[in-house]
Write a protein that binds this ligand. Structure first.
Ligand code: SIN
Length: 290
């Protein structure tokens, strides 16, 4: 369906945290945006890694049209047959993120209810999803915030001798669709998505380096004794979650947040039982990291 082109107006870029994130003003995502506006948003995204657009009234098609300006919109990976849960509903490009159920009690969205640990979308595939676009529709009265952590700050905060030691290292990333906790290191890898990725990633947009590990997905450092890998990863997870480099977003309906999965982790806080939450997500496909 044809959409109206928004007249090109200078966007405003207002940092929302000292380390990560900016709010973008002057943009109506229900309209087509000019090439100049998209370029300005892309530059802001490279600079701030998480962008917030408040007060948007957009359809799924609007969301996909906007995402399409930043890469190929990704399709769903159906959980592997051996995964411990795969009962999320059918969708291809737009993913309802919700704990709501239909009249038969079946989930209408993915990721269910409650806290989620820090992670990076699809880091356990050869082509991780580069950008995620999450739109707030129904927000609980308390909690259900999304936290964003800067992986640039994490990289810079590793003690120098450890950073030198880890140069060139690779990590096993994995995900069990049924687990909201750290993966068992003895899990049968054939039953879950998993992929070996570099521990440090240079961002193609900014040229900055990230520490590409997360508590939910990173299983071990390749080629390292298991107990030493556990000790180092515990230290690295704490560095990625340093409260000084985390922005916690309290959602309002109509918020659209986009973020760079190569430069950030995200996590979710809990909300009370009996309150429901509904957001809508799409992502773009990234390039292989090596
Ligand atoms: C996600 O991990 O993509 C969803 C985050 C959220 O529900 O806040």
């Amino acid at each position: 369906m044809a959409t109206r082109l928004q007249e090109t107006v200078p966007i405003t870029i207002t940092p929302i945290h000292p380390v990560i994130g900016a709010e973008i003003g002057g943009v109506d995502l229900s309209k087509d945006l000019s090439a100049e506006t998209i370029d300005a948003i892309r530059r802001a995204w490279h600079d701030h890694t998480v962008l917030l657009f408040r007060g948007q009234n957009i359809s799924g098609e609007d969301q996909l049209r906007f995402a399409d300006q930043f890469g190929v919109v990704a399709e769903r990976h159906i959980p592997k047959a051996g995964a411990t849960a795969n009962n999320s509903p059918d969708w291809t490009h737009l993913m309802p993120i919700s704990d709501k159920a239909d009249a038969d009690g079946n989930p209408i969205g993915a990721l269910g209810h409650g806290e989620l640990w820090f992670h990076s979308d699809k880091c356990y595939h050869e082509r991780p999803h580069r950008t995620s676009f999450l739109y707030g529709i129904e927000i609980p009265a308390e909690g259900g915030h999304t936290k964003f952590a800067s992986l640039y700050a994490a990289h810079d905060n590793i003690p120098d001798d450890l950073r030198r030691r880890l140069n060139g290292a690779r990590v096993m990333q994995g995900y069990d669709y049924a687990s909201n906790a750290r993966l068992s290191l003895d899990i049968d890898l054939d039953n879950i998505f998993h992929y070996i990725q570099p521990i440090f990633v240079t961002n193609p947009g900014s040229g900055r380096k990230s520490l590409y590990v997360s508590r939910l997905n990173t299983m071990w450092i390749e080629g390292m004794d298991r107990s030493e890998s556990e000790t180092i990863l515990a230290q690295l997870f704490d560095i990625t979650e340093d409260p000084a480099s985390v922005y916690e977003h309290a959602w309002r309906p109509g918020d659209l947040v986009m973020w760079d999965n190569l430069a950030t982790l995200h996590a979710r806080t809990d909300w009370p039982d009996g309150q429901t939450r509904m957001l809508r997500r799409c992502t773009t496909l990234g390039e292989p990291l090596e």
